[in-house]
Write a protein that binds this ligand. Sequence first.
Ligand code: NG6
Ligand code: CA
Length: 519
Amino acid sequence: MKSSIPIQSMFSNMALLSSIALVSACGSSSQKADKDQQARKPNVIYIFSDDLGIGDLSCYGATKVRTPHIDRLAGQGVQFTNAYATSATSTPSRFGLLTGMYPWRQQNTGIAPGNSELIIDTTCVTLADMFKDAGYATGVVGKWHLGLGPRGETDFNQRITPNAQSIGFDYEFIIPATVDRVPCVYVENGRVVNLDPNDPITVSYEQKVGDWPTGEENPELVTLKPSQGHNNTIINGIPRIGWMTGGRSALWKDEDIADVITEKAKKFITLHKNESFFLYMGTQDIHVPRVPHPRFAGKSGLGTRGDVILQLDWTIGEIMNTLDSLKLTDNTLLIFTSDNGPVIDDGYQDEAFERLNGHTPMGIYRGGKYSAYEAGTRIPFIARWPAGIKPSKQQSLFSQIDVYASLAKLINQPLRPGAAPDSQEHLNTLLGKDERGREYVIQQNLNNTLALIRGNWKYIEPSNSPRIEYWTKMELGNEPEAQLYDLSTDPSETTNVARQNPGITAELSTLLQKVKREK
Ligand code: NG6
Ligand code: CA
């Protein structure tokens, strides 16, 4: 049919008409949406950054690096100074969060290789299952590090199952393990993204597969040299842990990872803006290899470790802006924290030490990632929920093991029998309404040495594991004798006072033994 109206003006008229229609429709529907939103159970976003220290953020006192977005979050929420990850490495911390069970109760919860089986049993009622029980849309975006597939070889060329969707997540877009471990590909809902079936992926953690160069054989090809380990297959110039070949079209670009996962997280939020949702996001920042996007490279003045802190801060800003623009901020509990404490040289020659410039990732605390000392697990922890939280700084004891039961309480969802056996409900502490906090917190180091904090006292059980981590030279907190520190007078754990306080030492040791035997 021919029209007498010139094409261009027809389009502009249509555009005008539809924009009028849109304005009025948006006006009324957005007011309605606001009301619906308030009536709905709160959205929950849990962001696990990687290896971020309590001294790495300006809201926790850092002066050499600025994190304005995270600072804004902290200013609008509850900012904890005595909150703990369950463990001083990633896999067990993530396991503890999602299962509500101490990772040291299960055998295979150590740092998982990239071809590990899914280490959470599919019969386990996870945090994501709990949200699904309550009718939430659930999604996971970013670092996973809990394994994928059945016991034995993970086949990255088929739909991988079980995956995160098998344990409560409707949607999955993940980095299978860590950014320094192969395979360097994203997995979306069980499938490697952009995989060419004619170029299948092979992965091994035992021996070289295929003929791609490795850091060990071709050190001249690397753009980022290892300082420890990290000398297997070279991907994007960076030698990784483990060997892979194939899947060329699926390989991630390291400098784009923050952009890619942030975009996926924003998309998930936008897609579910009209229903209650739970988003679990794991950033690759600030784990090694630290590869900032060019717009952050060189911007911190502290080398790439500082640059990826800026990149992480940008990510959090993007999530906050998305919530603002969708008017979801008020009714969204946004938790930002870290899976374990900081490390400076974690295996690449990235000048992290040389360029610290007085920056103190560990704050005043002893140890760091891998350690039973405070910097291993005392992490930044911020919870913002404008509809239910008044901004404050909190010194109460809080542990990530209690996130599960506390969030269940928040959304009035009864726990299924046997679910989250170690998780205690401390919702009022999480919301900053109760200063009492947890009676005691348990910490786990790389070697499964456990420590227990109760009140001012910190007890570390005796251990014959090495004192120092071989590669990072990190103090692990392992000593053949029991250790006791008074954190009120000695937060840096300089003086072991176990001998002077045998009664307290014995009491805390007995309490720890009791918790170990429970369940
Ligand atoms: C260590 C790696 C380290 C890091 C860590 C896991 C070496 C020398 N070190 O074995 O770089 O990948 O494992 O970190 O290979 S975590 O934060 O995911 O637990
Ligand atoms: Ca970590």
